[in-house]
Design a protein around this ligand. Structure first.
Ligand SMILES: [Zn+2]
Ligand SMILES: [Zn+2]
Ligand SMILES: [Zn+2]
Length: 510
């Protein structure tokens, strides 16, 4: 989803694979609905409540294994078109059991589908909140707010596979996570797209108007992604949307027809208004002049190479005399002008093009309006708290029927990450992990995906006293590398789970 015409494949050459440390101590905004859609698609019916299961494991992994500070974003009121597309993806291939769902998009079915999806989102939000993660609710589209947070420097990257994010101003989009890889993050940087494709944000907005997007699936009939890419690149970023408006009204086409020097309409021109008459050329050597004259004296072009006679022209010969050069460039110009004319006429027949609402949506800053679901207010201050372990145990016991000891074991990496961060920023003698454990030893080092992981043992030194709720503020902690790595081996997955979960995650992320 996002920009139509398989826009992602045009960006593919600019994908970068980043290593395990890419997100370490960085903030990343996650489009939660998109995550859930991917999880469901990957897992189908193979696990109960897959959205809860994988939201839990991924969050623990992102936070502990990759050392990131995730910020989750949920949709406010997405546009109806977009919501429908998303729900359809969510339910693709899922057995709805006894849910009263009729095939097609009957009203009753879509309302019910919507409700099921919203319930999944609500459950994930509840879990994320008790895990201590910040959750924001966008005014409209989640990826719009993710992008805005990135654009304004509140987060370093956006996790979504919606290419709209760039149009909303995102600078770094993580499209896929390949957890089994040495370089697990597949990222796209706006700076690479600008440098490689010569496209800036307005250009991308223009492309989406031409080839279609989540809010206007059709775009301009007859214009594909390659055409759109080459076309918008002809105009400077600050000009392109105005030009599209002129084209939509047919004014641009008129100015092309009226004006023989179309440079005034913004199109590169050969600046040549002289009559297109080519002087006679010799059929033997291909240069200006006549064959008969050249038989007497070699022409000036052939002379240059020290020949007494004209040479027979080679296959594929191109005459480089001024008149031929001019002729070729004028033909190329005519060809380009016809191409532009055909695009403009396609645009001019599309009703109400370009759609100002869509432009406003991509460029407007009405995303400013969002709610921090954790703080319950509009404060943009992002903070990460320690998980409320007992409530997480209750939640997962209720929804997943997991044993309290299993949950404690799985959540330990988060607790140890928080503990080690605190130790690194403010070393305090005698502080304990989860108020019960102290660091015992590094048992062994193992290399996974080219990175060293330390298997750490913790020693229990006393009974639980009170609850663990030491707040972790959002300052950037520069901990000793050794310290950070020490926790990483505490995998959130037990041995039996590893092949299953890893393969599911690999599928789920892409
Ligand atoms: Zn000749
Ligand atoms: Zn010659
Ligand atoms: Zn010539």
């Amino acid at each position: 989803m996002g920009v139509g015409g398989n826009f992602w494949s045009s960006l593919k050459p600019y994908a970068r694979r980043e290593d395990l440390d890419f997100l370490r101590n960085k903030r990343v905004a996650i489009d939660l609905s998109f995550w859930i859609v991917q999880q469901e698609t990957a897992l189908r019916n193979r696990a109960s409540n897959p959205h809860i299961r994988l939201t839990f494991f991924r969050t623990v992994n992102l936070f502990s294994k990759f050392g990131a500070y995730p910020v989750f974003v949920v949709d406010g009121l997405p546009s109806p078109l977009k919501a429908r597309a998303r729900i359809q993806r969510f339910f693709r291939g899922i057995d709805l059991g006894n849910l009263r769902v009729v095939e097609g998009d009957g009203d009753c079915a879509s309302v019910e589908r919507n409700e099921v999806f919203r319930k999944c989102v609500r459950e994930c939000v509840e879990l994320l909140q008790i895990l201590g993660m910040p959750v924001l609710k966008a005014a409209s589209e989640a990826e719009a707010l993710c992008a805005q947070l990135n654009n304004e420097g509140h987060v370093d990257a956006v996790f979504t596979s919606d290419s709209d994010a760039f149009l909303y101003g995102a600078k770094c989009v993580i499209k896929c996570l390949h957890p089994n890889s040495k370089d697990p993050f597949e990222c796209y940087h706006m700076s690479d797209i600008e440098a490689g494709l010569g496209l800036k944000r307005m250009h991308l907005v223009a492309i989406s108007l031409l080839v279609g997007n989540d809010h206007d699936m059709n775009g301009v009939p007859g214009i594909g992604i390659e055409t759109a890419l080459s076309f918008v690149r002809m105009f400077p970023e600050e000009d392109i949307l105005n030009r599209l408006h002129e084209m939509g009204k047919g004014e641009f086409l008129l100015s092309l027809n009226d004006d023989k020097s179309p440079s005034s309409s913004g199109i590169p021109s050969s600046n040549d208004n002289s009559p297109k008459t080519k002087s006679p050329h010799c059929s033997h050597c291909g240069h200006p002049g006549s064959k008969r004259a050249h038989l007497k004296v070699a022409c000036e072009y052939c002379c240059v190479s020290g020949n007494e006679n004209c040479l027979k022209k080679a296959v594929g010969f191109r005459c480089e005399c001024p008149s031929c050069i001019k002729d070729r460039s004028s033909k190329a110009h005519d060809k380009q002008e016809n191409w532009i004319r055909s695009i403009c006429s396609k645009i001019s027949v599309k009703k109400d093009f370009p759609n100002d609402e869509i432009i406003k949506m991509y460029l407007g800053h009405d995303q400013d309006d969002f709610t921090d679901l954790c703080a319950g207010d509009k404060s943009p201050c992002l903070s990460w708290r320690s998980p409320d372990v007992e409530t997480v145990i209750d939640f997962l016991g209720y929804h997943q029927h997991w044993d309290p000891s299993y949950v404690r074991q799985r959540i330990l990496p988060m607790l140890s990450t928080i503990f080690l961060r605190e130790m690194a920023s403010n070393p305090t003698e005698g502080s304990l992990l989860h108020e019960q454990y102290e660091f015992n030893s590094i048992q062994r080092v193992k290399i996974r995906y080219g990175h060293p992981f330390y298997l750490v043992s913790w020693r229990r030194v006393g009974p639980a006293v009170g609850s663990v709720c030491s707040p972790v503020q959002n300052e950037q902690v520069t901990q000793q590398k050794e310290f950070m790595e020490a926790h990483e081996q505490i995998d959130s997955l037990d041995e039996a789970d590893v092949p299953e979960i890893l393969s599911m995650m690999a599928a789920g992320f892409c």
